[in-house]
Design a protein around this ligand. Sequence first.
Ligand SMILES: C[S@@+](CC[C@H](N)C(=O)[O-])C[C@H]1O[C@@H](n2cnc3c(N)ncnc32)[C@H](O)[C@@H]1O
Length: 295
Amino acid sequence: MKGESFAMNGEDGLNSYKKNSKLQALDNVGPNTFACVQTIVEAVKLKFKNQLPELHVFFNDHVANEFNTLFKAFLIDRTYMVARVPGSFHGQLIPKASMNLMHTAFCVHWLRRVPEQVTKVGSCTLNKGRISYVSSSDEVVEAFGAQFESDAEGFFAARSAELVDDTFECLGCALADMAKEKTLETLITTEQKTLEMLIDLVMAGLVSDDLLDSFNVPIYIPSPSEIKRVVLGMKHLISIERLEELYYTSNLSTPDDVRGRVFHIRATIEGILVKHFLSELNTNELFERYIHKIE
Ligand SMILES: C[S@@+](CC[C@H](N)C(=O)[O-])C[C@H]1O[C@@H](n2cnc3c(N)ncnc32)[C@H](O)[C@@H]1O
């Protein structure tokens, strides 16, 4: 997969990211985006007391992201003004020194692309039999790690340019802060199940094995030390105020938990699957099999 754009499922239907991202919302109070902005607005209010400045909030996601659902929901809150900034966050998105505060959550682990050498059918670095770097050969893990380092440098360099001097605050790269072992454990289970489903489809002759071998999810979960290395290695970023580990343990004890998990995975990676497998893959069938298997 070479493309740069793999937005989550849009709108607010059954398979949408909005309806299937409880993990990100953490307290499950509603659309994640507004919950984050609200927290920031409350903090600004506390700081400025009665002289609240006018607040302009810019929402970024891929160009392909479906922003309309977000803006329809915005009608309920007028304490700040909004605009959208479509495009990849690996490059500069707004004019230099024009933003006071930035927040990002569960995003920086998304790579710009899967490293090319791991998807070449016939090459010795092909990531055969896996759909991510987890539990792969050293070469594959290194290729993903290098891709992350280069992408994260681009990300932080762009944010650094966009921020107004002296007011740098970058909250959350939440997944990046998770304890690596636990996160990887969860990822392995998820990957294993996705892979098994895809292999079933190959066995049933519904998907070609070359397509399966060249499919990888463009995600890399850095450890806190990898994050530190990237950030502290940059000449414009001065310090990290706080780096916390966020534990995520998955609970799949009831059928609803299982469905919830599968719907979340679907909302997150369906776009990538469709882009890679095109019409060869029936995602309804894939995710039905997935629920059945986990149950
Ligand atoms: C797991 S979601 C997190 C969304 C939200 N921050 C939350 O906490 O619920 C990751 C989001 O990052 C977006 N994304 C991934 N790579 C991106 C990129 N290069 N540029 C802009 N957005 C990107 C995806 O489209 C998706 O909406």
